[in-house]
Ligand binder design. Structure first.
Ligand code: GLN
Length: 187
């Protein structure tokens, strides 16, 4: 199994290390040509969604990647990646792939509480560590979107068809269950 990691900006390297650790192959998506190689799943890392969206368009990777996602490519998105997938962003006019029927709020925790750590249940798993960095949360979900986790009442993890999307950064903690969940959904 080969997992492609979008490697334009942000925290992509940590995901690659984990994918290898869990026994799958990994490749980086840095340019349009990389999209022609075969892969079984995609990771959209955290970082800055505006920058990532801009680079995807400038490098002509946006449309082919959007088509792959809409055609069912399994995708795991963290933080900025979740913003890239969201159909609506309540505090930004610019949307991106729009494949996930949710409304997200960027930088939803405000400046003071930009980053924090907590432990919560996640889709049937208990005590999953969650590190949030200038994170979005999901304000509302569309039909058939499964809610996997909430923190203080706000939705921070969802699953919809081929898409698993979360607000936090599991690659920064040592618990591998969320990555494993993604890989198992492909296997
Ligand atoms: N604040 C970033 C954004 O709006 C997301 C932060 C992150 O990925 N850790 O794109």
């Amino acid at each position: 199994m080969k997992i492609a990691v979008l490697a334009l900006q942000g925290a992509f390297y940590e995901h690659e290390t984990i994918i290898h650790e869990l026994g799958a192959d990994c490749m980086e998506l840095r340019k349009k040509e990389d999209l022609q190689k075969p892969f079984d799943g995609l990771i959209l890392p955290g970082g800055e969604s505006t920058t990532q969206g801009k680079l995807l368009r400038e490098l002509d990777m946006f449309a082919p990647l959007q088509e792959k996602i809409k055609n069912g490519l399994p995708v795991f998105a963290t933080c900025a990646g979740l913003i890239l997938l969201a159909e609506n962003i309540c505090n930004d006019d610019r949307t991106h792939f729009r494949s996930l029927p949710v409304t997200v709020k960027r930088n939803a925790y405000g400046r003071q509480l930009g980053s924090f750590h907590t432990v919560q249940n996640f889709g049937g798993m208990s005590a999953v560590p969650m590190t949030f960095i200038r994170a979005p949360y999901i304000e509302s979900v569309g039909k058939d979107v499964e809610i996997l986790a909430r923190v203080d009442g706000n939705i921070v993890g969802v699953r919809y068809q081929n898409q698993l999307a979360i607000s936090f950064h599991p690659e920064l903690d040592s618990d591998r269950r969320v990555h494993r969940m993604f890989l198992e959904s492909i296997r």
